[in-house]
Design a protein around this ligand. Structure first.
Ligand code: BG6
Length: 487
């Protein structure tokens, strides 16, 4: 694999303590991401100490890591890179305790030299976060360290306040990195570039020109063996209070004074402060038929596998503009879009049957896939006699540029930032606590779950939620690809 020349990585070698090393996130994203960062030379020396409940030895852990790469590493895997990476791995079963962990970290540090730093990655569910913090404190691994906390951060306001205060007893705030991988997606950062580096759209980015916004992240994925986590989490805590609200903040925030952590955090927090509390009547909770018979799921489970809601940001820019959010498992398509619907003009000059307005308002659409895309749709004249209108679009696809190979996956980017001590794309305690606060009315009185068929778009009542508007998905016109250039 080509070694990285433009050095944007940390200056010092890193010992990564990966707690939850044999979990689903680790297997899918963290280990492949760490491998990529090591193989491309972004990090000047790295050793990984895996920790988990599994009582396995180092050889078993190595083969687990190799299996994870074979299944989830999205680039071509070089055997030389693997051989080098395998030598940097170590493993400590949780049952061996703080002393064994400390010994493994010391050993890794010895081989990396005196300048090495520690990065603790807590890839554990909220209920296990405090005991992982305790383990690191007992092992005396707090100095020269940074700690990444996975989402969801707590499960409600009270638990997130308690987690923050316990964290602050052990770590200084500048050591803590509360991750939300959606903010590491290239496409999410491109929202900021698009809005604030151009003069074209920002003047109309407000209640005078925008009718409503949709943030829609349907997934075809089901539980995928994560029943233990999912049953106690559900779609709202897993996706909305985390990823969707963070994307909402990038879409709605005022321009920060600079692209530094404090100004960005402050602007995001202002959005969260202006959000009206989420009312249960503005929420549709769903559960896919068959969920209750999945292994590990309570046969009477009330956990939602789907959620759609309406929220409002009661400030000068957005008052009265609804933001509709939707996400769920086992839905008809996997998509991650933000769709901005513009106000419609008076159409009096166009003859009846011209087609004006017939395909909804003009839209600006962002696709948050790694190979991000954007589309601006508008009405234009169809060639020929008379005035027949049709929906046309201008589209940009990162995949068609020569930069596509430079895209870092969200976790890779964020791990690198944490190693460099850069908080810009991480969340603050205040922001997260406020999000739990606005969610409290919903969490205290959740509406009953409604069933939906797998491969559908959710329960039927989602249409009432947005009426008289309509959901953008499924798209009437698919994204264009380079081989298909119509409308
Ligand atoms: C994770 C959730 O944080 O995000 C998963 O726990 C979800 O349930 C995933 O599938 C979606 O992330 P991405 O990057 O694949 O869209």
């Amino acid at each position: 694999m080509a070694k990285n020349s433009s050095h944007v990585g940390p200056g010092d070698p890193q010992v990564v303590v990966l707690i939850g090393a044999t979990g689903d996130l680790s297997r899918r994203k963290l280990l492949p991401g760490l491998f990529h960062l090591a193989a491309t030379g972004f990090v000047p020396g790295m050793r990984i100490v895996g920790v988990s409940l599994d009582d396995i030895n180092l050889e078993k852990f190595r083969s687990f890591v190799r299996g994870a790469l074979d299944q989830f590493f999205s680039r071509k895997l070089s055997e030389d890179d693997w051989a080098a990476f395998a030598q940097t791995l170590d493993y400590v079963p949780l049952a061996k305790g703080a002393r064994a962990l400390k010994a493994a970290v010391k050993k890794a540090e010895k081989s990396l030299g005196a300048k090495s730093r520690r990065l603790h990655y807590l890839s554990v569910p909220p209920a296990a976060a405090l005991s992982a913090v305790q383990l690191l404190a007992e092992a005396n691994l707090v100095k020269r360290c940074r700690v990444i906390m996975e989402k969801p951060f707590g499960t409600d306001l009270e638990s997130s306040v308690a987690l923050n205060s316990r964290l602050h007893e052990v770590f200084a705030e500048e050591q803590i990195f509360r991750i939300d991988h959606f903010l590491g997606k290239e496409a999410a950062q491109n929202i900021l570039a698009f809005r604030f580096a151009n003069g074209l759209f920002e003047p109309i980015w407000n209640r005078n020109f925008i009718d409503h916004v949709q943030i829609d992240v349907p997934e075809t994925l089901g539980l995928d063996g994560r029943a233990g986590f999912y049953e106690s989490t559900g779609a709202f805590r897993d996706m909305v209070v985390t990823h969707l609200f963070q994307i909402l903040a990038f879409t709605a925030m005022e321009s920060p004074t600079s692209l530094e952590p404090t100004p960005i955090g402050e602007e995001k927090n202002k959005v969260f402060r202006s959000m009206l509390p989420i009312q249960p009547e503005d929420v549709v909770r769903g559960q896919y038929a068959g969920y209750r018979s999945e292994p590990g799921v309570d046969p009477e489970s009330d956990t939602e596998t789907f959620v759609a809601l309406r929220c409002e940001i009661d400030n000068w820019r957005w008052a009265g503009v609804p933001f509709y959010l939707r996400t769920g498992k086992r839905l008809a398509e996997g998509q991650r879009i933000i769709s901005i619907a513009f106000n419609e003009p008076p159409k009096s000059m166009f003859p009846a049957g011209s087609g004006v307005g017939a395909q909804g308002p003009d839209h600006l659409t962002f696709d948050l896939a790694d190979a991000s895309r954007m589309s601006l749709s508008f009405y234009g004249k169809r060639p020929g006699p008379g005035m027949r209108l049709d929906k046309l679009s201008m589209q940009f696809a990162m995949g068609e540029t020569s930069w596509i190979g430079d895209v870092l996956e969200a976790y890779e980017r964020l791990i690198l930032d944490a190693m460099r001590g850069d908080h810009t794309l991480f969340n603050t305690a205040e922001g997260i606590e406020r999000l739990w606060e606005v969610s409290t009315p919903l969490l205290e009185a959740p509406p009953p779950v409604r069933f939906y068929q797998p491969d559908s778009w959710g329960p039927k009542s989602i249409h009432q939620l947005v009426a008289p508007r309509a959901w953008r998905l499924p798209f009437e016109r698919a994204w264009r690809n380079s081989s298909n250039s119509s409308g």
